[in-house]
Design a protein around this ligand. Structure first.
Ligand code: E4P
Length: 222
């Protein structure tokens, strides 16, 4: 499983790029709204930071398929984005209609706001490159986010589809761990949870012990 950052905050992206093996960034209007800056400015800054090797998934705001296509083309061409750009399209009726249109125009598609296995399968059949089930939002309504991800992964394998799973919406490290165990190809996660999942007080304690016990005997120059 690869990790993406679910944020549009530049400081968070910068700090992650410093040490974390980040495969990309995902945004949505709520995340953009938290930054209180226009989308044009935010996108420009994120693109400069992540370069053209890491993925950038941007949520479309349009409702009609034709508008989604125009919106995605605008982002892709305005910022000269390549294959690392993914138009996030909801699994509404118009979203499903937009998916093959986007693919025909050479634009990668991430199907979002997925809450059921069948929504994901339909999106895969419509050509989506990634499908994004919302794990914590499912758990919050007494459904089973991990189970939904597991079934989506199994269906993709069973029907030999090229689509991959980008699990989204996390509130705990355990949710992240469990989507990796059921074979999610990627997870997009907040800065806070990415920090929490990579750190452990016992790691810090172990390092302190190494320092104290033997660091003074390391006399080989490097
Ligand atoms: C990502 O693509 C989704 O928009 C996001 O992960 C939703 O997360 P939330 O449920 O924490 O808002």
């Amino acid at each position: 499983m690869i990790y993406l950052a679910d944020t549009a905050n530049l400081e968070e992206i910068k700090s992650l790029l410093h040490y974390f093996p980040l495969a990309g960034v995902t945004t949505n209007p709520t995340i953009i709204g938290a930054e209180n800056k226009p989308l044009s400015v935010i996108l420009q800054e994120i693109i400069e930071l992540i370069g053209d090797k890491r993925m950038l998934h941007v949520q479309m705001i349009s409702r009609q398929a034709e508008d989604m296509l125009r919106e995605a083309k605008t982002y892709k061409f305005k910022y000269g984005l390549g294959d690392n750009f993914f138009a996030k399209v909801p699994v509404s009726a118009e979203g499903y209609r937009a998916m093959p249109m986007l693919k025909d125009a050479g634009i990668n598609v991430t199907a979002t706001a997925i809450f059921t296995q069948q929504q994901a399968l339909v999106a895969a059949r419509a050509g989506a490159d990634w499908v994004a089930p919302y794990v914590n939002r499912l758990d919050n309504i007494s459904s089973h986010g991990i189970e939904v991800v597991k079934h989506i992964v199994e269906n993709i394998d069973k029907f030999k589809l090229d689509t991959k799973v980008l699990a989204a919406s996390f509130k705990t490290v355990d949710q992240v761990h469990r989507v990796s165990m059921v074979g999610s190809h990627a997870a997009t996660i907040s800065h806070e949870i990415l920090e929490r999942l990579r750190s452990h007080p016992m790691t810090d304690l172990s390092l302190e012990g190494f320092e104290k016990d033997g660091a003074h005997l390391y006399d080989i120059e490097f």
